[in-house]
Design a protein around this ligand. Structure first.
Ligand code: ZN
Length: 170
């Protein structure tokens, strides 16, 4: 769920706080695949899960990653490597988390099998209510609590001022 992904992003952001740019790359990557929820919620007929969209396909991200790596190598941009690795790790964490409920097409395009550990039935009328009331949401609760703690601790410790380290990918 989005809350769990955001929690992982915020925890990672806190762990990388000495490098504001990389921390933001991790935070963005941890939630980016779920931006497809806007399409799924408002523009689709919701007949298929948003986990089947290209934004949730490991094959898409792997291809994009390979192209970016190749471009960086050809252009001699060594500075691209760390942000790419951090971004890739965040996307991978997102897809692994989505595997426990909802499922991910890990073997696509070779197979349409959706790998899913636990199915969450939509038996409470709304998918969000069903997801929150299902026991698998308990897995996300500690992540959300830790993220709230580290984020609030940081906000109070810096007095809500901008991080003085600045934006630096190195
Ligand atoms: Zn997702």
């Amino acid at each position: 769920m989005v809350a769990g992904h955001l929690a992982v992003g915020l925890i990672g952001h806190d762990r990388m706080k000495e490098n504001w740019g990389l921390a933001n790359v991790f935070l963005l990557g941890s939630i980016l695949p779920d931006f497809d929820m806007a399409w799924w919620l408002w523009l689709s007929d919701r007949q298929v899960s948003h986990h089947t969209y290209w934004t949730h396909l490991p094959a898409f991200w792997l291809t994009l990653f390979a192209i970016a790596l190749a471009f960086g190598a050809c252009a001699g941009l060594k500075s691209m490597l760390r942000p790419l690795l951090v971004f890739g790790a965040a996307i991978l964490a997102h897809l692994i988390m989505d595997t426990h409920v909802g499922g991910i097409l890990w073997a696509y395009p070779f197979s349409d099998h959706k790998f899913c550990l636990f199915a969450v039935p939509n038996d409470n009328g709304h998918f969000l209510v069903s997801a929150i009331l299902h026991w698998t949401f308990l897995i996300e609760v500690p992540l959300i609590l830790i993220a709230a703690y580290v984020t609030l601790r940081r906000l109070f410790s810096i007095g809500f001022r901008r991080n003085s380290i600045g934006y630096n990918f190195q």
